[in-house]
Design a protein around this ligand. Structure first.
Ligand SMILES: Cc1cc2nc3c(=O)[nH]c(=O)nc-3n(C[C@H](O)[C@H](O)[C@H](O)COP(=O)(O)OP(=O)(O)OC[C@H]3O[C@@H](n4cnc5c(N)ncnc54)[C@H](O)[C@@H]3O)c2cc1C
Length: 393
């Protein structure tokens, strides 16, 4: 069923105070793309472990990779709500591996190039990024440092003409197939904490930089994830993204956008799961009647639908305020914590009401439940987000 035909969601979209006709056009365009070009092929991408490059180029040609960037580079210069729309609709595709492949490129990695890059770096890369010809990854996490970014141990030792990188990066989305990597390393010594972190732009093929291994995952199986290794990898001075010693602040700044996007994606996933579960329980019969006739089932789904609606509205209002330059650090953390947890509660219930079928490989809800798990971990684990909220209460 085309999820657009679900009256619950159509009404909610049409009445939103947050969106302009431009946002709604984008939403329709992404939905059409999902129905015709994602759903028929998503299972094949899950099996092969990555999204083919021609699909990413196609997304580039449809304008999905330039939503936040200026027209001078080929973008459409929309606001944070544009990213939220893209993320929510890709999340609703039920193929979150595809969603995260695209969203890391657009909203988590290439933002480092755009926000901190020199004119020369942007002139060289932004058009290719927007066209889907150069795919980006962001490499911050390491085997021994994830939530605690300032504890990274990859070093960048300064020489006259540049820097020499040594270290390992872990769990890097688009890690195997990207062309361009925004890499965090310490220029100020390992003891230097946050002020020692610098971001570098490292191109695939740079001597001393290689993919250690592709990682096998519980979910997001069509998203490629890798361990990366830097072994005496020389990069010229022009590879610094922004200022030396300012990388931690760039990461924290870009995290705000990343977390809004992840929260929006999670709410898209939750909506899709509720839609397909409502459809399922209306047709599946037990004890002489559809499961929908059991008050316990329909009330649980109604409760989750209410929570998801609250989550969506929180994400939209945070995106709206972010677009207007408000400081929404606390609310972004709230949205990430709330939506990352909620999507897992929704998946638990939706899988439960699919019964044994929900536990079978090949059922959509089984894949979606696996995919959702990481939403409470990646991009700031729920507990870390709650600490950010608590600090600001
Ligand atoms: C599929 C996938 C894709 C990813 N993609 C990328 C990427 O593209 N680039 C990148 O740089 N990173 C990426 N990551 C890394 C991700 O952001 C980290 O996994 C995440 O930040 C958590 O770090 P960690 O795994 O080291 O967990 P740890 O920091 O070791 O934490 C483990 C757990 O401890 C708890 N915890 C941590 N800190 C606190 C605290 N202060 N209080 C209470 N509890 C706490 C949380 O429950 C957390 O899940 C990805 C991860 C996954 C799984």
């Amino acid at each position: 069923m085309d999820s657009r035909s679900n009256p619950l969601h159509e009404a909610a979209d049409a009445l939103s105070p947050f969106f302009t006709p431009e946002h709604e056009m984008l939403r329709d365009q992404v939905r059409r793309f999902v129905e015709t070009e994602v759903k028929p092929h998503g299972e094949a991408w899950e099996a092969q472990g990555y999204v083919p490059r021609d699909v990413l180029r196609r997304m580039g040609s449809l304008g999905f990779f330039g939503i936040r960037y200026p027209e001078s580079y080929g973008g459409s210069q929309m606001d944070t709500l544009g990213s939220a729309v893209l993320a929510e609709e890709l999340g609703r595709s039920t193929f979150s591996g595809l969603a995260i492949t695209a969203l890391v490129h657009t909203d988590m990695a290439s933002v480092h190039v755009f926000n901190a890059g020199s004119e020369a770096q942007k002139a060289k890369w932004m058009r290719k990024i927007i066209a889907g010809e150069a795919i980006c990854a962001v490499a911050v996490t390491e085997p021994d440092a994830g939530s605690d970014v300032k504890s990274i141990r990859t070093t960048a030792q300064e020489r006259d003409d540049g820097f020499v990188l040594n270290g390992a990066k872990m769990f890097i989305t688009n890690g195997v197939y990207a062309d361009l990597y925004c890499v965090a390393a310490k220029t100020g010594g390992l003891a230097g904490g946050s002020k020692a972190v610098t971001m570098f732009l490292v191109e695939k093929g740079t001597p001393g930089f290689r993919v250690g291994r592709a990682l096998d995952k519980h979910g997001w199986r069509s998203s490629d994830t890798a361990e990366l290794l830097f072994e005496n990898c020389f990069v010229p001075r022009e590879a610094v993204l922004g200022e030396v010693g300012r990388g931690f602040y760039a990461i924290m700044r870009n995290f705000q956008n990343e977390r809004i996007v992840i929260a929006a994606m999670a709410m898209g996933e939750a909506r899709a799961a509720l839609e397909l579960t409502v459809d399922y329980v209306k047709t599946r019969k037990a004890f002489g009647a559809p499961l929908w006739d059991k008050q316990a089932i329909r009330q649980r789904l109604a409760q989750r639908a209410a929570e998801v609606e609250a989550g969506r509205q929180l994400v939209y209002s945070v995106a709206w305020r972010d677009a207007r330059g408000h400081d929404v650090t606390r609310e972004v953390s709230m949205a990430k914590a709330y939506c990352g947890d909620l999507v897992n509660k929704v998946m638990y219930d939706c899988l439960q009401f699919h019964g044994g079928m929900g536990f079978m490989r090949g059922s959509v809800i089984e894949r979606m439940a696996r995919d959702a798990r990481v939403q409470a971990i990646g991009g700031g684990a729920t507990e870390v987000m709650l600490e950010e909220v608590a600090k600001r209460l």
